[in-house]
Design a protein. Structure first.
Length: 456
């Protein structure tokens, strides 16, 4: 079995038992967790990605992805703390110190001081409660390596866009949000793209950078005051309008977790108020459900319903407030466009990576008009890939020459499937793409001014 098939099979989990899916042995049955049907919360990529048309030459690639499978971001929901064996359960599912060291050795941070001290990088660091939350699991490592292997299969093996042996000069950029799991996810992806045997002693590493939290553009609007206000108002409006339909689920959640939604709204408790609890609870329970266990006794219908409400609340603001998306994703879109435009510069690198979150991808997908009425929440290891092509280049040494952007086209691939920007042609002329981004992105002073709250 080749590397790609091996990695994909490691994350598919088809036809395995509940215990195997959870990574448990029978001696661990005293965890106080309720066995359920294992669920898959990572992206299932197709075996075959869209082919590159013969009349086009691939010139630039930008990959934006969500991190892989992780541990819960908190040890409790509402007033209910997880079982006392919660720590040991997750410590057995995160990467070993050896795995973490190898990932860091070949894909180091250039500025690790900016990484938030939230989530240990390996089992030794995660023995304390405050370092176990939101950590990439070993399964997450394997998921992201599988994505990297799929990219290698496409860009190295099949289309020879990248060389078989790593040349760091081909990496235009590799950046993660200042969160451990995002660095580890990108490091795992890059290891799948360029395994150690495909790196030379003199050029072994791909350096990963991060920005300060206040300047990072992958946060999904958290640094824009107006965007946060608009998001909160939209979520509150949706929940009020749909209050009657949510009562049954809300009651089940309140009973299970000791949450008083009315009281929490008044006190502004962000972890349990109706404005945030659906996302928070859904994300925490998802971590357990992916392993076939849940920490609390809940009716079977509750978890899917919580996920459904989470999607409706979160997507509502992006669907109903057209002025929100340019604030949330505009600066990141501008960065992606800049990377793609560098194709006209000889030697500017070939591929760039952005490692973020579900809340990084969702605003991008809405801003690009890709998220439709059937849109589903991006699962672990989801990716959005931008490919820039030059049509029938005729200049000399065309493979190494700078591209003529007037002859270039953009194609977008989401989770291995071709998608269209705002129902436009799949192979979109560069000028049309650039015009669309200009109309749907706010940057610089325009973004800063729009993010300021009106003075009262």
């Amino acid at each position: 079995m080749n590397r790609l098939k091996l990695l994909l099979s490691a994350t598919s989990g088809v036809g395995i038992t509940v215990a195997a899916a959870a990574g448990l042995n029978t001696s661990q049955s005293n965890l106080g967790l309720l066995e359920t049907k294992p669920d898959h919360h990572h992206t299932q990529y197709p075996k075959e990605w869209p082919t590159i048309p013969a009349a086009y030459m691939l010139k630039k690639v930008v990959v934006v992805h969500r991190h892989g499978d992780r541990t819960p971001v908190c040890a409790r929901i509402g007033d209910k703390y997880f079982h006392t064996n919660y720590l040991s359960f997750w410590q057995e599912r995160i990467p070993s110190a050896e795995t973490s060291e190898k990932l860091n050795q070949f894909n180091p941070w250039v500025n690790p001081d900016r990484i938030k001290k939230w989530g240990g990088r390996n089992k030794e660091e995660s023995k304390k409660k405050d370092t176990l939350h939101g950590v990439l699991t070993q399964r997450g490592v394997e998921q992201m390596e599988a994505v990297g292997a799929a990219l290698r299969n496409r860009y190295v093996d099949e289309y020879k866009f990248l060389p078989a042996v790593l040349d760091p000069a081909d990496i235009l950029g590799a950046r993660c949000t200042p969160i451990y799991r995002c660095h580890m996810s990108l490091a795992s992806l890059l290891t799948g793209l360029y395994p150690n045997e495909n790196r030379t002693a003199d050029k072994p590493a791909i350096v990963i950078t991060s920005r300060d939290s206040t300047t990072e553009t992958m946060w999904g609007g958290h640094t824009c005051e107006m965007a946060m206000t608009m998001s909160t108002d939209s979520s509150t409006e949706f929940l009020e309008e749909n209050k009657a339909g949510l009562e049954k689920t809300q009651k089940a959640v309140e009973d299970a977790f000791g949450i008083d939604v009315t009281k929490d709204i008044e006190e502004g408790n962000i972890f349990t108020s109706s404005r945030h609890s659906w996302l928070f609870i859904g994300e925490v329970l998802t971590c357990f459900k992916a392993y076939g266990y849940q920490p609390f006794e809940l009716p079977d219908w509750v978890m899917p319903k919580v996920g459904e409400i989470r999607d409706q609340v979160f997507f509502h603001k992006h669907r109903t407030q057209p002025t929100l998306n340019p604030l949330v994703s505009g600066r990141l879109l501008a960065e992606i466009t800049k990377y793609l435009a560098s194709a006209e510069i000889v030697g500017a690198g070939k591929i760039a990576f952005f490692s973020g979150h579900d809340t990084t991808l969702i605003p991008l997908l809405f801003s690009l008009g890709i998220a439709d009425d059937e849109f589903k929440w991006p699962l672990y290891s989801a990716s959005l890939v931008f490919e820039l092509y030059e049509k029938s280049p005729t200049h000399a040494n065309k493979e190494n020459a700078g591209a003529n952007l007037d002859e270039c086209y953009i194609r977008v691939i989401y989770n291995g499937e071709e998608v269209c920007i705002a129902n436009k042609p799949a192979m979109l002329p560069w000028s049309d793409f650039e015009d669309y981004i200009d109309a749907n992105a706010k940057t610089g002073w325009e973004w800063s001014n729009a993010c300021q709250q009106p003075k009262k």
